[in-house]
Design a protein around this ligand. Structure first.
Ligand SMILES: C[S@@+](CC[C@H](N)C(=O)[O-])C[C@H]1O[C@@H](n2cnc3c(N)ncnc32)[C@H](O)[C@@H]1O
Length: 510
């Protein structure tokens, strides 16, 4: 099997498996001349900070193209299209690239990542001056080397987690389980069943379908809007590669007594163990009382109604435990490619400490633990840290230490205690909101950190701000005193086929 890398200007076929192995840092650099040059004007502050680096890219183009085609059939409010086209409209919103071949999707994503990097780099050039600190090999107007995009090994049904809403369907039925379409502001939101979406596996749709049957049998109302009352809320379904399935039902308790809540929980359990829902063959079923859009386990505990409390995944030779509240990359096979890329770029060795910031269930650090002297992980979600500790113990990994809490609070103290001259490789993989300023400051001001791998699923907006703060000239007013980092390499890894999203792995050194 081969993958055509023409979108990267490389007009030759390379075997697919070659993108799967650990990338060599030397090999990655040596391909830099293959990318054509393309000059760009530097963007202004607001463009970068407001995240417009990616605005108006392919999602926009596809949506616009689709809208143009639909203009003549515009329907009045609430009078929607017939059922089939509701599904098509949902697919255009959730998976806007679904009409394209996967090769075309990859080409678009690669171009989008290139544009983001070009804008970022021209901005950094402006900040640092032409002879500033961005001295890495050049390619296509980029100071860093942009590698070809690594494709997802699985293209359809790759999601291991889906979140289904409950609301009025196109036919007006308020107990429809699916995905939202429309806008709350315009008051035209409908909930459309998702069984045609290319990224959702059949198993998730099956559980959603039976959840809908449960709701329709129930005398309890759904909770459509918080201020209007009602009980039934979201359904989350998680699966692993072995087909084990965890379902989490969120339920607004309103004024129900503990006894009344117990009746509801018993009804749900009965439905999924002995009733029609038994065909879903759930491995575990959780119930969460939820009075907010999202509740953590601390805010409202996940209550196990039956089955195994955790789901497990085999990845990079490790058995990994995943709790209901823990983050896990939604495309398991793609995550493996992502983590291999991170591992290779990190250049860790037995003399380095690996700092895994925003570590989730700890997979990045744990997979690199055998190659490094120590792993220090920091993660906000308690259940995820418990998972990381369990995974370390189960897999016999003893050189890892995981800290629970906000990285902005923990990291400065942790780095102070590691000032013994040992080199530290930092890996950051923050949520979309990017890194807290204090985290950037701590990394920048720690001389032992010479290598930084930044993984971002949204490299514009806050991440662009983070990067600027990591790479700008020293600024005492902002307490950014250490030597600036230099962006060396960028590797896009596609974890989200049919959508415009893509992970970008950035290697900085200084
Ligand atoms: C994109 S996930 C990455 C997780 C992990 N590195 C992985 O690949 O599975 C981001 C993680 O950052 C955590 N997080 C968010 N804000 C944080 C903070 N202020 N301090 C520490 N962790 C945080 C989230 O709970 C989540 O687990």
């Amino acid at each position: 099997m081969s993958v055509l890398l023409w979108w990267a200007g490389i007009k030759r076929r390379v075997p697919m498996h070659s993108t799967r192995c650990f990338l060599s840092r030397v090999d990655l650099f040596s391909k830099s001349e293959l990318l054509p040059w393309c000059a760009r004007k530097p963007p202004c502050w607001s463009q970068l900070f407001l995240g417009s680096a990616c605005k108006g890219n392919f999602t926009h183009v596809i949506a616009k193209k689709h809208q143009r085609g639909q203009k003549s059939q515009k329907k009045p409010r609430h009078l929607g299209p017939p059922d089939g086209s509701w599904q098509e409209r949902l697919a255009d919103v959730v998976t806007p690239l679904w009409r394209l071949s996967y090769e075309e999707q990859l080409k678009m994503k690669f171009e989008a990542q290139k544009k983001i990097l070009q804008r970022l780099e021209s901005y950094l050039k402006m900040l640092n001056g032409v002879n500033g600190t961005i001295a890495a090999p050049r390619s296509e107007g980029l100071c860093c080397f942009l590698h070809p995009i690594i494709p997802s090994p699985v293209i359809d049904g790759y999601r291991n987690k889906s979140t289904f809403s409950v609301n009025r369907g196109p036919d007006g039925n308020p107990k429809t389980v699916g995905y939202y379409l429309g806008s709350w502001r315009e008051g035209n939101v409908v909930c459309v069943r998702s069984n045609h979406l290319k990224n959702i596996p059949e198993k998730h749709n099956q559980v959603a379908q039976y959840y809908e049957i449960l709701l329709q049998q129930s005398p309890m109302e759904p909770c459509l809007l918080f201020h209007e009352g009602g009980y039934w809320r979201e359904l989350i379904v998680r699966t692993n590669s072995q087909g084990h399935t965890m379902a989490i039902i969120t339920f607004h308790p309103q004024e129900l007594t503990q006894e009344e809540l117990c009746v509801q929980k018993e009804t749900i359990k009965e439905f999924f163990t002995k009733g029609p829902g038994a065909v879903c063959d759930l491995t575990s079923l959780y119930f969460q009382e939820s009075t907010m859009t999202r509740c953590s386990h601390q805010q409202s505990p996940y209550q196990l109604l039956f089955g195994e409390p955790h789901i497990f995944e085999d990845l990079l030779g490790l058995k990994i435990r995943i709790s209901p509240d823990a983050f896990f990359q939604i495309n398991t096979a793609g995550a493996e490619m992502l983590y291999r890329t991170v591992g290779e770029l990190s250049g860790v060795n037995s003399n380095t400490i690996l700092l895994d910031i925003c570590c989730g269930t700890g997979v990045i650090g744990l997979s690199l633990a055998p190659y490094t002297s120590q792993v220090l992980g920091i993660e906000l979600v308690e259940q995820a840290v418990e998972d990381a500790r369990w995974t370390a113990a189960f897999n016999g990994i003893t050189n890892c230490e995981f800290h629970t809490g906000r990285a902005e609070k923990i990291l400065p103290q942790l780095l102070k205690s590691k000032e013994d001259g040992q080199l530290i490789v930092a890996v950051v993989n923050p949520a979309r909101a990017g890194l807290h300023y204090q985290v950037v400051q701590a990394i920048r001001n720690c001389r032992a950190i010479r290598t930084l791998v930044f993984v971002s699923c949204k490299p514009q907006g806050e991440t662009a701000r983070n990067i600027i703060e990591l790479c700008c000239p020293p600024n005492s007013a902002k307490k950014l005193l250490g030597e600036p980092f230099v962006l060396r390499q960028a590797v896009p890894v596609d974890l989200f086929p049919h959508t415009p999203h893509c992970e970008l792995v950035l290697l900085f050194t200084r």
